[in-house]
Design a protein around this ligand. Structure first.
Ligand code: UT7
Length: 338
């Protein structure tokens, strides 16, 4: 459903957030039984201790529904008040129909248009930028942005270089013209298609459709050149953070919290080193508990941070993400509780 007048404040706002993590925990000790690895190696190289894994009857859509219901409940918003459902995911339930339509049905959000968006681990920031512009343009009043991933469905549990990293989960937020919560001050996005082969699922798309050969060669799983990707992750997120801080004329020391993509603790440490005026205890981490949940990681972390009660009035919060594509992005939010 479309609205006609423009956002009164000229900004879009995140009214509320929600998250859902599956109950099942996959620990490093469990992984020791599956591939040649050790708890010690995983912790030292990644900072990850455990990750959540969806049950057989949990999907990107169902996890997204639960995260969305929490975000809606927090502001007592009726699903019928949602104009658009935007879902960032690289693990949709199906190639088509899109996951947003499946979620619309479960929520009963019958006034909403529904769209999926794929920008790998940067997906939430891309979706946030789209939602922001659709609110500020006056096209919509309330947009439900969801990032949900069932990465366990495309993770090769015979490949120790990737299976230790990924976890499942969903986060959601309501982006609205109502001036309450997190004001979205700026979103900066970027991409580099020349590096597409660094993180890829080679088969199952139009170029290499599913066949006996693709299955036998395990081409329906994530393939990653971890070492090279690591360097890009640090450089691109550093660049993106600086771009966004400069655009908002914000100094490092003024930042309340940084929420980086939760891919690897060492990536987060390397970024922290490049921002010497950012207090390290202001960099929020969930990677230890959930691993890398791709598009969901930043919004899950934002929801957890809010719940800690440690976000203060007028705190600038900066989000940053990086992923396959390559894609990256950052956002500056300012918290205004009322
Ligand atoms: O979300 C999108 C963004 N994602 C990323 O940016 C991920 C970035 N990459 C990474 O996080 C890291 O590169 C990894 C955690 C994937 C790997 O860490 P690394 O320090 O780059 O290790 P490496 O790939 O250089 O491997 C070092 C050694 C190798 O053995 P050799 O060749 O030195 O004998 C690997 O075979 O560690 C070995 N290794 C393992 N050993 C025990 C790789 N995986 C494991 C494992 N357990 N799970």
């Amino acid at each position: 459903m479309s609205a006609t007048s423009h956002s009164s404040s000229g900004h879009a706002w995140i009214l509320s957030t929600g998250r859902f993590l599956p109950e099942k925990v996959l620990s490093n000790k469990d992984l020791e039984q599956m591939v040649e690895t050790s708890d010690e190696w995983i912790i030292t190289r990644t900072g990850i201790r455990e990750r959540r894994i969806a049950a057989a009857d949990e999907f990107t859509s169902s996890m997204g529904v639960k995260a969305a219901q929490r975000a809606l409940a927090r502001v007592s918003l009726d699903p019928m008040d949602i104009d658009l459902i935007l879902v960032a995911t690289l693990t949709p339930d199906y190639v088509f129909p899109n996951t947003a339509c499946l979620i619309q049905k479960e929520l009963g959000a019958w006034n909403a248009a529904a769209l999926d968006l794929q920008a790998a681990c940067s997906g939430f920031l891309y979706a946030l930028a789209m939602a922001q512009s659709l609110i500020v343009s006056g096209m919509y009043r309330n947009i439900l942005v969801i990032a949900s991933e069932k990465l366990s469905a495309i993770t090769d549990y015979q490949d120790r270089t990737t299976c230790i990293l990924f976890g499942d989960g969903a986060g959601a937020c309501i982006v609205s013209r109502e001036p309450h919560g997190f004001r979205i001050d700026k979103v900066c996005l970027g991409a580099d298609g020349c590096q597409a082969d660094l993180l890829i699922m080679p088969a199952g798309g139009g170029k290499e459709p599913a066949s006996r050969e693709t299955v036998e060669n395990r081409k329906h799983f994530i393939k990653m050149k971890g070492n090279e990707l690591f360097k890009h992750a640090v450089r691109r997120m550093e660049f993106s953070l600086k771009e966004c801080l400069e655009a908002c004329q914000l100094k490092e020391e003024e930042v309340g919290w940084v929420i980086p993509h939760q891919a690897n603790s060492r990536i987060i440490d390397a970024i922290a080193k490049r921002f010497s005026h950012l207090p390290p205890d202001r960099i929020f981490r969930t990677v230890e508990k959930y691993g890398n949940t791709s598009a969901s990681s930043v919004i899950i972390a934002l929801d957890e941070l809010v719940e800690t009660g440690r976000v203060k009035q007028n705190d600038p919060i900066i989000l940053t993400a990086f992923g396959g594509g390559l894609t990256w992005g950052s956002a500056v939010l300012t918290y205004e509780a009322s």
